[in-house]
Design a protein around this ligand. Structure first.
Ligand code: TTP
Ligand code: MG
Length: 353
């Protein structure tokens, strides 16, 4: 059967939640961001985006760039609660729903009578039941649906076939496609491939030669908007971690802490990209006698912010104070919040370091 997939993505999600309790701020540049020296913007209202302020923009820079913007500290508890409401509406209307983040989900509309009308009803129901606006993209697979939901934000409703997606996004840079990261985009550019159309027109053989037998053909499939990933309706609370094994064992906190900082930086970058955050922060230390030690601590609020994760991880490392040379060091965050992880499930989750 021909698949029909919808991707639902809330518009300026954290800001929209904040605006509901502070309606006087509507129409103004509003930014949700932490306040630490290294805090980044989580969401900017569309008005603030006009000033060049987006998710992941350093908050300090955003304040200088947009001094009139209203800065609001994040309230993840509220965003999670509203996310649950949104996801409940989706599940009420559609049987097969895959929640992929606090503010996005895929709907499997395959086999549904008049799938577009069904998706329209979902959009109206989300607004009526939560007061929040979303954009919906519909396509033959997840990739097309995701790109379509982003194509006409805010309040978008875009239906694309695979061919229409190739046509519409063809002039855009390859990096627009989720799954083509900045490094790959850079390498493509160096080969003179600067648009998705050029990528689609490059032969599989040529791409395999440039990027190897796995990544090459994968890129070609992405450029043709081919994607056979299925809708996964059951998601398990995950943890995310980074670890490294040293070429020569490291001794002492002075040597270990810079490594911990680097690993934690990579970890938080991934979490922010995924829109994930977690409450339990852990470290893993393997000593030169191959004994492995883990330490973990849970904090009150889920986080993906580097200063917070690092300060907990560093304290855990200092408290453990490795008694022997260290072979391996790891850091992780667990109890990740995908918007539908129940507190119980998160509580049961062992840090899978
Ligand atoms: P997005 O859906 O990427 O962004 P958005 O909902 O704010 O805006 P829009 O979809 O209309 O373009 O992310 C959803 C939420 O995830 C966002 O409100 C805040 C959070 N987030 C971060 O905390 N850091 C980030 O870097 C990104 C991209 C999102
Ligand atoms: Mg969104």
């Amino acid at each position: 059967m021909r698949r029909v997939i919808a991707h639902v993505d809330m518009d300026a999600f954290y800001v929209s939640v904040e605006l509901q309790r502070r309606p006087e701020l509507r129409g103004k540049p509003v930014v949700v961001a932490g306040s630490g020296a290294r805090a980044v913007v989580t969401t900017a209202s569309y008005e603030a985006r006009k000033f060049g302020v987006f998710s992941a923009t350093p908050a300090a820079w955003a304040r200088r760039r947009c001094p009139d913007a209203i800065f609001i500290p994040p309230d993840f508890e509220a965003y999670r609660a509203r996310s649950r409401e949104v996801m409940a509406v989706l599940k009420e209307h559609i049987e097969r729903v895959e929640v992929v983040g606090l503010d996005e989900a895929y709907l499997d509309l395959t086999g549904i009578d008049r799938p577009k009308a069904a998706a329209r009803r979902v959009k109206v129901a989300v607004l009526e039941n939560t007061g929040l606006c979303c954009s919906i993209g519909i396509g033959p697979n997840k990739l097309v649906a995701k790109m379509a939901s982003d194509a006409d934000k805010p309040d978008g409703f875009v239906v694309l076939s695979r061919e229409m997606a190739m046509e519409r996004f063809g002039p855009q840079p390859p990096g627009l496609v989720p799954g083509i990261g900045p490094k790959t985009a850079e390498r493509l550019k160096a080969r003179g491939i600067e648009t998705l159309r050029q990528l689609a027109e490059t032969s599989d053989d040529e791409l395999a030669e440039m990027f190897g037998g796995r990544l090459g053909p994968h890129l070609a499939r992405l450029a043709r908007f081919e994607d056979d990933r299925q809708i996964e309706t059951v998601r398990i609370a995950k943890s995310e971690s980074r670890e490294t094994t040293f070429e020569t064992d490291l001794r002492g906190l002075d040597a270990l802490e810079p490594v911990l900082e680097k690993l934690t930086g990579q970890l938080c970058e991934t979490l922010v990209k995924q829109g994930n955050s977690g409450r339990t922060i852990g470290i893993k230390v393997r000593l030169d006698d191959f004994s492995t030690h883990t330490r973990a601590k849970s904090i009150a609020e889920p986080t993906n912010e580097l200063p917070t994760v690092l300060s907990v991880a560093r304290q855990l490392l200092r408290d453990f104070n490795p008694p022997r040379p260290v072979r391996l060091l790891g850091v992780g965050v667990s109890g990740l919040d995908h918007g539908e992880t129940t507190a119980a499930a998160a509580g049961q989750l062992e840090l899978s370091l």
